[in-house]
Design a protein around this ligand. Structure first.
Ligand code: SAM
Length: 296
């Protein structure tokens, strides 16, 4: 009897992220590194064919090694180069560590407190994605596993910068897009403090962007929205929202500090800092009166 010598075809495994059930992005998976279900969500880390290691929460791509630098540099350096001397920073969410990694590149930062609700995310990233998570062992960094909503409601600490590095507004992340949360964030900011938050997709989440800006407009005197372009998130063009009572990210931005810092960037620079606030016309129209005019 002759044995079958036909080679086994290589498995063709793909993970598909669906957005609003109208569009999907597919990533080719080489192998699964971690898969678990926490109290909050399903957490998967995979080795992908073209995007390096990727973190998925509930099937949604959070981080890819290929382009995580875009998101993490923009969420961190825009406010850190606007504030003249940021010392104390709070990061809510962001359990992969990428935002913290960028924050502690600033020598003025003495303390960076990460509050992530899901220990499984932190542990899976510590084990499998050191590119973003290695910084969590730095002595300036404090990691608390807990709900950011509760944290800002209860803490007596004050921060120069609060970064809300959250998932989409579902499950435990939903209140991170609400009025009460931002009232508490406001009370946790030191004089001249800044908050920057994950502001969702330019093409698909215009209602969410209007809602976030309205909440911030009621709380802060300066509010802005800025864009970044990436490969991993649906539609490519995504935003962050920015708010402060004192510091405008354009008028108060001293661009000479960027080169003087000696920090190596892959996406952020002094030109991108300014350009990110110049929004395309369809987006300006969609945001309407929730978008405040830029300084002349
Ligand atoms: N860059 C990412 C994006 O936009 O897809 C965000 C990544 S980061 C992994 C988001 C984290 O926020 C998740 O790990 C999630 O567990 C955490 N998170 C969600 N709700 C939270 C809450 N209420 N307090 C603290 N962390 C929360």
């Amino acid at each position: 009897m002759s044995s079958d010598t036909t080679p086994t075809p290589e498995l063709d495994l793909w993970v598909e992220e669906r957005h609003r059930d109208i569009v999907g992005a597919r990533f080719k998976v080489l192998r699964t590194l971690f898969s678990g279900t926490s109290e909050y969500q399903k957490v998967d880390v995979v080795e992908s064919a073209g995007f390096g290691k990727m973190l998925f929460n509930d099937g949604l791509a959070m981080v890819s090694e290929r382009d995580e630098f875009v998101y993490h540099e923009m969420i961190a350096h825009v406010p850190l180069f606007t504030h003249p001397e940021p010392k104390r920073v709070l990061v809510i969410g962001g359990g992969d560590g990428g935002t913290v990694r960028e924050v502690i590149k600033h020598p003025s930062v003495e303390h960076c407190h990460l509050v992530e609700i899901d220990e499984m995310v932190v542990n899976a990233c510590r084990e499998h994605i050191p590119l973003t998570s290695a910084c969590l062992n730095d002595k300036k960094v404090q990691v608390t596993i807990g709900d950011g909503v509760k944290f800002v409601a209860e803490t007596k600490e004050k921060f120069d910068l609060i970064i809300v590095d959250s998932t989409d507004p579902i499950g435990p992340a939903a209140p991170l897009f609400g009025k009460e949360f931002y009232q508490n964030v406001h009370s946790c900011l030191a004089d001249g403090g800044i908050v920057v938050s994950q502001g969702e997709s330019v093409y698909y989440e215009q209602e969410m962007q209007r809602s976030l800006l309205s909440i911030l407009n009621n709380e802060f005197s300066i509010t802005r929205l800025f864009n970044y372009s990436n490969l991993t998130y649906p539609g490519g063009l995504w935003s962050f929202v920015y708010a402060s009572d004192k510091r405008c990210p354009l008028a108060d931005f001293d661009e000479s500090r960027v080169a003087a810092s000696g920090i190596e960037f892959q996406y952020y620079n002094e030109y991108i800092h300014r350009a990110a606030f110049m929004l395309p016309e369809f987006q300006r129209k969609a945001l309407g009166s929730t978008l405040k005019p830029l300084p002349k």
